[in-house]
Design a protein around this ligand. Structure first.
Ligand SMILES: [Cu+2]
Length: 145
């Protein structure tokens, strides 16, 4: 079971209870004195749950697919380090066609027209210089560990 009462809810309920008490005098002060700490405790539990959730999100973010974007005749990033077996997503966000190709021919994307992307699996450890076969001055380096 999960209860989702945030700090904002707690204060809203407290304000409501307070106003209710002022106008109707139906809620005894003793009940309020008990209610507020209980709500605060529930809110604290809720905060802890949210913290746990954000930790999970951070872990997911760190394992996201690494990517290289090509823009203005350059690779971004031009230097990167990835784990062996990484499936690198290369996206051409430029107005011209490009490739993402290893100097030693160990990997290469097809010619990527503007807006197209390819996934390159980097299955061997090492340092790989890469370039664009159409524009040889476009270069970069990927370290596969
Ligand atoms: Cu190019």
């Amino acid at each position: 079971m999960s209860i989702h009462i945030g700090a904002a809810d707690t204060s809203r309920i407290a304000v409501w209870a307070w106003e209710h008490q002022m106008t109707n005098r139906r809620i005894p002060t003793a009940a309020l004195v008990l209610l507020v700490p209980v709500l605060a405790a529930i809110a604290a539990m809720g905060t802890r749950a949210v913290k746990g959730a954000s930790t999970t999100t951070a872990a997911a973010a760190s394992t996201r697919v690494p990517s290289v974007t090509i823009k203005n005749f350059a690779f971004r990033p031009a230097k990167l380090t990835v784990a062996k077996g990484t499936r690198l997503q290369v996206t051409n966000a430029d107005a011209a066609a490009h490739t993402f190709s290893a100097r030693n021919n160990s990997f290469s994307s097809p010619v990527l027209d503007p807006g197209r992307s390819a996934t390159i699996t980097l299955g061997k450890s090492g340092t790989f210089a890469f370039y664009c076969k159409i524009h040889a001055n476009m270069t970069g380096t990927v370290v596969v560990k």
